[in-house]
Design a protein around this ligand. Structure first.
Ligand code: PLP
Length: 395
């Protein structure tokens, strides 16, 4: 048997010059255990995925039950599969009436791809407005609306009719006009550095979209499923999107994504041509079974309070020299440090002491903090203690 580490570096396509390279044995709750006997607190939830921690028993039970029934049986939208139907029902029960149809996919970027196509098809328009510093995924459509040139430039040309506006700037909203198919945005920018939308500005975006017949797409791939203290961030803002994109924490650790909209809007996918948006594996029965158990569990306890408690402790403990700001809502937080060098040293110090932290994609002076929502208060306080100790050491 080949050594997994050797094969990883030899045969797994590398996307980072310096991968973290932990060799995983198992993961449970907030902890990840390596084959060389070390343990780590996962303070970023596998990047906003493991909101119930790793291997939540309800999720595992549901997966095992589904394994005894069936795996893949048919491409999307042909057969009635109980895990898909019951999860779609539970999800739509939590949403406003205008979000009553779900299209399941396998990932976040696919959810955004689908949303862009649905917006084009249902409005008959092709222009998109997106925001600087946004991140929507790495396939061509999603990359086309991702607002960071350094990631876009090597892949030009991308979708032609995309314009980027400054996030939270009122003056540029006149660009939402009758040529625009949709405005796509994260209500709280994640990879851009944990930047919440201004509530009044977001309401204005909604109003202008309505006036101009442009759709509003919320990418809640990172903010969804109580990460920010509400089941979805749009509920906190009281602004309902026309299309809601979900993934990450949705599957309880299984690959899962969705774009959700109205029955009327989804009519556009039925004809001209028929089957104009299909997927082989989207809504995989095992992923849907996991997602159903995940959502049921999230709804069975006060996860809103748990996320808000994480926020409260972060704002209380993460203070002092070197810390410029703590930003975000609930358990989607960013610790803005003085500079990139300090940030790197802090992240490495914590890693050496068994805490997994990270940067965000577009900001190297921000420490991402996104613990599982189930984290015990003492464990969280201990981790924040190590972070503040690290900052004091290097500041
Ligand atoms: N949209 C947002 C806001 C994200 O944070 C991410 C991933 O980090 C994506 C889209 C892409 O999701 P995926 O990696 O599942 O394709």
């Amino acid at each position: 048997m080949a050594d997994p580490k050797t094969s990883f570096y030899r045969h797994i396509a590398q996307t980072s010059g310096e991968p973290m390279g932990l060799e995983i044995d198992r993961a449970e709750g907030c902890k990840i255990y390596t084959t060389d006997g070390k343990e780590f607190v996962d303070l970023i939830s596998g990047i906003a995925v493991s909101s119930l921690g790793h291997r939540h028993p309800n999720v595992i039970k549901s997966i095992k039950e589904q394994l005894d029934h069936h795996l893949h049986v048919m491409v999307y939208g042909e057969f009635i599969q109980k895990p898909q139907s019951q999860f779609a029902q539970l999800l739509c029960d939590q949403l406003p009436e205008s979000l009553d149809r779900v299209y399941f996919v396998n990932s976040g970027t696919e959810a955004n791809e689908g949303a862009l196509k649905l917006a084009k098809k249902s409005t008959g328009r092709s222009k998109f407005l997106a925001f600087k510093n946004s991140y929507h995924g790495d396939t061509h459509g999603s990359l086309s609306v991702t607002g960071r040139d350094v990631y876009r430039d090597p892949y030009l040309p991308l979708l032609p009719d995309v314009e980027f506006l400054d996030f939270n700037h009122v003056e540029q909203l006149y660009k939402i006009d009758t040529n625009v198919a949709a405005v796509i945005m994260e209500p709280i920018q994640g990879e851009g550095g944990i930047i919440p939308a201004n509530p009044a500005w977001l309401k204005m975006v909604r109003e202008i979209c309505d006036e101009m017949g442009a759709l509003l797409i919320f990418d809640e791939i990172q903010t969804g499923f109580y990460r920010t203290g509400d089941l979805f961030a749009f509920q906190h803002y009281d602004v309902v999107p026309d299309i809601l994109c979900l993934a990450k924490a949705m599957g309880g650790g299984m690959p899962m994504g969705a774009f959700v909209s109205s029955s009327d809007r989804f009519e556009a996918f039925k004809h001209d041509p028929p089957l104009n948006h299909v997927t082989t594996f989207g809504g995989h029965p095992v992923s849907c079974a996991a997602a159903h158990a995940n959502l049921q569990t999230l709804l069975s306890d006060d996860f809103s309070a748990k996320a808000k408690k994480i926020e409260e402790i972060a704002f209380e403990m993460l203070q002092g020299d070197g810390i410029e700001e703590v930003r975000g809502r609930g358990a989607m937080l960013g610790l803005q440090l003085r500079d990139a060098e300090l940030t790197q040293k802090v992240v490495e110090y914590c890693f050496d002491r068994g805490i997994i932290l990270g940067w965000t994609l577009h900001s190297n002076s921000l420490v991402r903090i996104a613990p599982p929502l189930i984290i015990e208060e003492q464990m969280l306080r201990d981790c924040f203690g190590v972070i503040t100790e690290a900052i004091k050491e290097f500041v």
